[in-house]
Design a protein around this ligand. Structure first.
Ligand SMILES: [Mn+2]
Length: 438
């Protein structure tokens, strides 16, 4: 069973956020509701920062945080509108914002610009991210400009220093609470099942989109919101295109198929990649390359430990992959030399992972200045080394050309070492082949 994130948990997060703000105010804005085409709308998906602190799911919402005031949490929301609600669903409205979402004050969204000056008076620093919504930028900065004269007359600070709010929320989001881990585990469980089903579906002649349909269909049937990012199904050389989402070619016997897909459950997403043989058996060259990536991934996962620098798992993966490529004759010469001159990047051009949570590439910085940050218990990250030999690459032995392989798991950093949340998804050669022939 899922552990729902209740009102108390949101209030606790806001308390931590307000403490982090110190004497600064913060204004978090939801993204506009984009149209897919003409007047057809995408299903709305709340901004991760905003939903993390408030739980509010509807569009057109602005959250204002005012530490050290008698109304520290103010929401501007879509007001009740029976006529509009017939079309787009029941709105919580101003009363709901106060009664069910814990707002100390709530107003209709169209009152934002007129109410901001009074609410922001006294705060010298505002955490607000400009450049995402130009209409919103004009209201916010227009409101602040209008504060100058009254401030000069009556005294009092007005916002003059601006900080990206993502930095502070990102630090909170980086360390997962037990309830968040429960959602990530559920997302991982559904995603593992979906990948096993994909392996059983992808036979010669089956189209990439049919594999996508099995994966995405399983996400929805299990109650997930759907994929947390667009599902990648790349047969053969399509696996060498890192973000291939066209998914419309038939799978061919003798090729590998790369599937990168994760289910989103209550806003939290998994992120798994598996690469498997369409015909049910790896060829000799495919297996050799696969074993190199797998060994690199297993060693990199082992570095996801409390107190180790984040960067270390990438360094380990790069060394293992480069050793393997030299052994297989894909790279020439000395391993260390190939790492120093970055010639491995010809076949391994991406990082080895990223934070995972509400966003597939989750919030939180990786570096403190020039220093890689240290891993802490409660962080969740992916480990996803790969090798991609372009089909027309004349430097690599012919047997490896056109093979793309990536293996990705979701790792929870704990005091007892790395916990693989996606361990149920087969990745050893024999297990993968068995799942493909099932
Ligand atoms: Mn990933």
């Amino acid at each position: 069973m899922l552990t729902p994130i209740d009102a108390t948990a949101f209030a606790a997060r806001r308390a931590r956020f307000l403490e982090g703000l110190g004497q600064d105010a913060a204004l978090l804005v939801a993204p506009p509701h984009h149209h897919r085409n003409a007047d057809t709308e995408y299903r709305y998906r709340q901004s991760s920062d905003l939903v993390y602190l408030t739980g509010w799911e509807d569009p057109e919402v602005v959250a204002l945080f005012r530490p050290l005031s008698d109304q520290p949490f103010v929401l501007f929301v879509q007001p009740k509108d029976p006529e509009r609600e017939v079309w787009t669903g029941i709105r919580e409205g101003v009363a709901g914002a106060k009664e069910r979402y814990g707002a100390d004050a709530a107003y209709p969204i169209h009152e934002l610009a007129s109410r901001l000056p009074a609410l922001l008076m006294g705060y010298a620093t505002l955490h607000y991210r400009p450049g995402e919504d130009l209409v919103m930028d004009r209201s916010v900065f227009g409101a602040i400009r209008s504060m100058a004269k009254p401030a000069a007359r009556n005294g009092g600070e007005i916002p003059w220093r601006f900080v990206d709010p993502g930095r502070l929320v990102g630090e909170l989001r980086l360390r997962k609470e037990p309830a968040e881990l429960a959602l990530l585990r559920e997302a991982a469980r559904i995603s593992c099942d979906a990948h096993v089903r994909a392996m059983g579906t992808g036979r010669p002649g089956v189209a990439e989109y049919e594999v996508e349909a099995v994966v995405d269909g399983h996400f929805r049937r299990q109650g997930g919101n759907g994929p947390g990012y667009t599902t990648i199904v790349g047969g053969g050389k399509n696996a060498c295109i890192l973000h291939y989402v066209t998914n419309r070619e038939p799978l061919r016997d003798g090729d590998l198929c790369l599937v990168d897909a994760g289910c989103e459950v209550n806003y939290y997403t998994a992120d798994i990649t598996r690469t498997w043989p369409v015909g049910g058996r790896f060829s000799g060259a495919q297996r050799q390359l696969y074993e190199v990536v797998l060994a690199a991934q297993i060693d990199a996962i082992d570095a996801a430990r409390v107190g180790r620098p984040y960067r270390e798992m990438h360094d380990i993966a790069v060394r293992r992959l480069t050793e393997g490529m030299v052994r297989l004759g894909i790279l020439q010469g000395d391993v260390t030399e190939n790492i120093h001159n970055e010639s491995f990047k010809r076949y391994y051009m991406h990082g080895t992972g990223h934070w995972l949570g509400l966003d597939v590439h989750d919030a939180g910085v990786y570096w403190h200045g020039f220093k890689s940050r240290t891993l802490e218990a409660g962080m969740v990250l992916t480990v996803e080394p790969g090798l991609y030999i372009p089909p027309d690459d004349t430097l690599a032995p012919e047997a490896f050309r056109g093979i793309g392989i990536r293996i990705e798991d979701d790792i929870h950093v704990t005091a007892d070492g790395p916990e693989n949340l996606t361990a149920a998804c087969p990745k050893q050669v024999d297990d993968v082949e068995a799942a493909c022939r099932a």
